[in-house]
Design a protein. Structure first.
Lengths: 111, 295
């Protein structure tokens, strides 16, 4: 059987302001991941880096160390490759006051 | 019982993957989530031109996941006979729902049977039993007659949920619904509509449908439950419902019935859902699902 391969949309048309994160996603079966982030509308204000966070239990989170740009314009896409991430993963960002981005976030996972 | 029935039964009972199910003669799918997602995906709401057109009830949905039921206090729980189960997780907001769906069509309008081993638990953010944090676990079919049915054809949506708790009251009873929300057009092309069949309104108690399910004694331990629901696609009537050792009377059961839609002929969709009653994520888990039919 071919190895499992999954595209999971973990945030769809969500507008992020302030401190935000995608919902916890269990991916322990996967050896690698790419996180794709697409802006569905023109973002407002300066955008911080997004970061990958890991968790042992889906409740207590730590930064994985990877940071990547949030997409700067409508339909722009950014991504981050990931490996060796345990089980729970999420994308998080802390937007400064007045900044806003509406996102589509996809996890592409491979066993 | 024919010789074929006897042989089929013997073969199935000798197969550990199948002997815990009682399928009808033809197995449409046997989804063991140790093999992956098995065609279960996210129920996305309808839209046209912009995702902003999606009803909020659907916009909150996210993708189901393959889970080992990991817990902060003792680690992975695992499934009935393997490491993985399908996990349906709500957002941490009172009333939030999430749905996992499988989309098929049928080849004969006859009896079908869905069986699953399921469990549910809230996110263990508190060191308390939390037995009233989950509002419900439930399932639905989304069905429509074939394109040759003629006038009066219907789209039929049988729903059942285990109402575990509401507003902190532990209710533990099965409910059904026969009403959906008014149908609303989506976009401008006249091709798409929407309605919110999982709205919290219009659930009715299934007579005799009280059931105390094993929940275990701390917020992280789960026990798996067996569920079977029988439906006849010819009469579009429910014919059987069992959970663990209880067989329920469906004499007053009715599904949602709405006029057939112009592009859903022979549809056979199955969905499972979870709802939370607190600002805490609700997790519903399916170890495996067996859909079978008599054709």
């Amino acid at each position: 059987m071919l190895p499992e391969n999954l595209t999971a949309i973990v945030a769809r048309n969500e507008t992020w302001t302030g401190a935000c994160a995608t919902e916890p996603y269990e991916a322990g079966w996967a050896k690698e991941a790419i996180v794709f982030v697409r802006a569905l509308k023109t973002p407002k204000g300066p955008l911080p880096k997004a970061r990958i966070e890991l968790s042992a239990d889906g409740m207590h989170w730590v930064p994985e160390g990877s940071e990547f740009d949030l997409p700067a314009g409508e339909n722009a896409v950014t991504f981050q490759r990931l490996s060796h991430f345990g089980n729970f993963i999420r994308v998080a960002a802390s937007l400064p006051p007045g900044s806003e981005i509406t996102l589509l976030v996809a996890l592409h996972l491979k066993a | 019982m024919t010789q074929l029935d006897d042989m089929r039964r013997a073969l199935r009972e000798a197969d550990p993957r199948l002997s815990r199910f009682d399928p009808l003669p033809r197995i449409i799918c046997l989804d063991d989530f140790d093999r992956g997602m098995c065609g279960w995906t996210q129920l996305v709401g309808n839209y046209e031109h912009s995702l902003d057109a999606m009803l909020p009830g659907y916009a909150q949905h996210s993708h189901a996941m393959l889970s080992t039921l990991p817990n902060w206090d003792f680690g992975s729980h695992g499934g009935v006979d393997g490491s993985y189960a399908l996990k349906i997780a709500t957002r941490p907001r009172k009333g939030a729902q999430n749905v996992a769906i499988k989309r098929l069509t049928f080849r004969k309008a006859g009896p079908i049977r869905i069986e699953t081993y399921f469990t549910f638990k809230p996110e263990a953010t508190a060191l308390e039993l939390s037995e009233t944090d989950i509002r419900s676990f439930g399932f639905l079919y989304d069905l429509q007659v074939g394109d040759q049915h003629g006038a009066g054809g219907e789209r039929v949506m049988p729903h059942l949920r285990f109402l575990n708790a509401e507003n902190g009251v532990h209710l533990q009873k099965w409910q059904f619904k026969r009403k959906t929300t008014p149908i609303q057009p989506i976009g401008t092309a006249g091709k798409t509509i929407t309605h919110y069949h999982l709205s919290p309104d219009d659930w009715e108690d299934l007579p005799g449908g009280g059931q105390r399910l094993c929940y275990n004694e701390i917020p992280t331990k789960v026990n798996w439950h067996y569920l079977r629901f029988d439906f006849d696609l010819a009469s579009m009537q429910a014919t059987g419902f069992q959970v663990n050792d209880r067989v329920f009377d469906l004499g007053s059961y009715e599904p949602i019935r709405i006029p057939a839609m112009k592009n859903l002929w022979c549809m056979l969709n199955i969905g499972f859902f979870a709802e939370t009653d607190t600002d805490k994520r609700a997790f519903a888990y399916l170890d495996s699902v067996c859909l079978s039919g008599d054709f």
